[in-house]
Design a protein around this ligand. Structure first.
Ligand code: HPA
Length: 242
């Protein structure tokens, strides 16, 4: 049984594992092809959320197939990465932040494994959507490495693939959002439905639209995420070893 999975978001399409191989996992939602390999001596699964060539936009990611496949492989803990924009003066470009709450502004995504009929109905508890045990482990790992990681922020998930308007960002700020991204919902919800401990490492790539002095570009996000990638890989490595 494999304990840990990593879901790599934008800029983390690849992860260095030894003895790595691609496997095929059939799920009721389609076949996925994650990577299995070793980090030190520990076997884990790596899944690139947008595909290895970043070809799948956030609203078209097959979240159900991805999460189902991880459960099928016996995964108990999921560490995900996500590029995020900051809506808060206290969260700066280049920082790493662990969301503890979300606001859901997605529009078109299947959100559940429980669609009635044979699958039944489930109203999963969302008091603590992001696993506090996993977040605590990440914080411990960051202390060992001497990295600053902020534990706790409210993430608003937008549908994308477009970025937000400044008016939307002002609305989200009034609602309490501190980070904005396009992928954490329904990923975190589906992981909760299957009883997995799931945490996201938010990589702050930009100030949200209208806060930044210039229009937001995908290139800016990619550039920031690339700079953060090395530290995020170290952080993940240290976390899974705890
Ligand atoms: N908005 C939405 N998604 C994002 C952003 C943003 O500003 N930055 C990185 N992912």
């Amino acid at each position: 049984m494999i304990h840990y999975a990593l879901i790599g978001g934008t800029g983390v399409e690849h992860f260095e594992l030894s003895e790595q191989r691609v496997i095929k996992v059939k799920t009721p939602y389609g076949t996925v092809e994650p990577m299995i390999g070793k980090l030190d001596k520990r076997e884990l699964v790596f899944m690139s959320r947008h595909g290895r060539d970043h070809a799948t936009p956030p609203h078209l990611v097959n979240y159900r197939a991805n999460i189902w496949a991880l459960r099928e492989l016996g995964v108990r803990k999921v560490l995900a990465t996500a590029a995020v924009g900051s809506l808060s003066p206290e969260i700066h470009l280049g920082e790493l932040v662990l969301p503890d709450q979300f606001l859901d502004f997605t529009k078109s995504r299947p959100q559940t494994f429980y669609e009635g009929g044979q699958q039944g109905v489930l109203h999963v508890d969302m008091t603590e959507p992001y696993c506090s045990t996993a977040r605590q482990l990440i914080i411990e790992a960051s202390d060992h490495l001497g990295f600053a990681v902020k534990n706790g922020a409210c993430y608003v998930c937008t549908e994308g693939p477009r970025f937000e308007t400044p008016a939307e960002i002002r609305m989200f700020q009034r609602l309490g959002a501190e980070l904005v991204g396009m992928t954490s919902v329904p990923e975190v919800v589906l992981a909760r439905e299957l009883g997995m401990c799931y945490a996201t490492i938010g990589m702050v790539t930009n100030e949200a639209a209208g806060i930044s002095a210039h229009p937001l570009t995908h290139a800016e996000v990619m550039e920031s995420v690339e700079k953060l990638g090395v530290n995020v890989a170290k952080l993940i490595e240290e976390t899974v070893e705890l």
